[in-house]
Design a protein around this ligand. Structure first.
Ligand SMILES: C[S@@+](CC[C@H](N)C(=O)[O-])C[C@H]1O[C@@H](n2cnc3c(N)ncnc32)[C@H](O)[C@@H]1O
Length: 177
């Protein structure tokens, strides 16, 4: 993951493309991309979903995303949204960090602080049997994140892993029970 300053946005990278591959055949009515960055994933969802929403805490990112996605909301995770989505996706900021210097990548202790907050928020905006797909990494304590996700009422499986030079990307699929 590259580091970006707060007034820029996260450009699609290897992790973005890995998640994109896994969602390009998903279909339904409503989808949400949390932490949309450039809007790359939300744009892909727009091909197969009737109504797509993108959120980010970085307003500059949303300005970029709005070039390709109509419904953009600046908020923490999905806190501002009262809707039950068929699919929620998120390329999480998972890097372990002591503080949040770069919100695009910094995830606090064990890469769990920000990610748990986002998944908790997302869990309230997914319909029963709807799906949450998120991307994390071997650099984070992803096993604990999976346990926490199960505790929020999801059936969870690791969909795929991809080895990079210094980490392994971990793609997680969660079905709301
Ligand atoms: C790793 S980047 C992924 C960007 C884009 N989805 C992609 O795959 O290229 C993480 C994104 O999450 C956003 N973000 C971080 N914390 C967030 C939060 N609490 N709520 C919403 N978005 C957040 C960041 O601003 C950043 O755009």
């Amino acid at each position: 993951m590259q580091k970006k300053s707060f007034d820029e946005y996260y450009k699609p990278a290897e992790d973005t493309l890995f998640l994109a591959d896994s969602i390009q055949n998903e279909k339904g009515k409503t989808a949400l991309d949390i932490g949309t960055g450039s809007g790359f994933l939300a744009r892909i969802l727009s091909d197969n979903f009737e109504f797509v929403v993108a959120t980010d805490i970085n307003f500059s990112a949303l300005q970029k995303a709005h070039e390709v996605v109509e419904n953009c909301i600046c908020c923490n995770a999905s806190d501002a949204i009262n809707c039950n989505f068929d699919l929620v996706v998120c390329n999480l900021p998972y890097l372990p960090s002591e503080e949040i210097t770069d919100p695009a990548v910094d995830g606090l202790a064990e890469g769990l602080g920000v990610t748990t907050n986002i998944i908790k928020s997302a869990s309230k905006t997914i319909r029963q049997n709807g799906k949450l797909v998120y991307l994390t990494s071997s650099l984070a304590n992803y096993q604990e994140l999976v346990r926490r996700t199960e505790g929020l009422g999801f059936s969870v499986r690791i969909m795929a892993k991809k080895k990079l030079f210094f980490e392994e990307l971990v793609l997680v699929e969660c079905v709301k029970l």
